[in-house]
Design a protein around this ligand. Structure first.
Ligand code: ZN
Length: 202
């Protein structure tokens, strides 16, 4: 599967001149929710992800996603793995399990996101699960922004990655884009366009 092409076809991978939340500029932007608009396409992605997890021999009882971003990917991955799907939600300083969801002591859980950037939310989800006695056996995401090292990639983890090194990360592909400080941005220097905020209504 050409994962990048799937994202492009879904208009989830944008080319242009973007102003990121960090204040930096970039020529590419991943609008990760767009690739999940069509459930059947989403299922193709999570089927491929599930196969990677099975091939690695990782046993999973339950998929847990950090809300809101990870919920759809986590639900579809649970379907692909034929296991249970739950999610955790934000609370002050972390994440927690609500809505009557329960986990058993020693339950093998994979934390699933749509996209892993530095892995901050995934780590908070993992801590919430471990505090309840669950065992986090892996992290998973459809896309990896290249800060953390996924299984099968030659990239190395960057200091920004907050995921533990001893737990595998399964992800379909690396989407590593260059980011520029505004004063160093080559697109600004060309002078043909202004950086726009992706996802804004204008
Ligand atoms: Zn720029």
């Amino acid at each position: 599967m050409n994962v990048e092409q799937v994202y492009k076809d879904a208009n989830a991978l944008l080319d242009g001149h973007f102003l990121l939340a960090s204040g930096n500029h970039s020529a590419r932007y991943l609008q990760s929710a767009k690739v999940l608009e069509y459930p059947k396409k989403a299922a193709l992605l999570t089927d491929a992800l599930a196969q990677m997890i099975r091939d690695a021999g990782v046993e999973v009882d339950t998929v847990c996603a950090p809300a809101l971003g990870g919920v759809l990917a986590g639900y579809e991955l649970a379907r692909s793995l034929d296991v249970r799907s739950i999610f955790v939600e934000k609370k002050e300083g972390g994440m927690e399990l609500r809505r009557g969801f329960e986990i058993k002591k020693g339950e093998k859980i994979i934390i699933c996101e749509d996209i892993i950037t530095t892995g901050g939310s995934a780590l908070k989800a993992a801590k919430a699960i471990e505090a309840l006695g669950g065992k986090v056996v892996a992290f998973a995401s459809l896309a990896n922004r290249g800060f953390c090292k996924r299984i099968g990639s030659n990239n190395t983890a960057k200091p920004e990655c907050s995921l533990p090194e001893d737990v595998p990360l399964f992800s379909l592909d690396d989407f590593t884009f260059e980011m520029y400080a505004p004063q160093d941005c080559p697109l600004c220097k060309e002078g043909k366009s202004e950086a726009i905020k992706p996802g804004s209504k204008s």
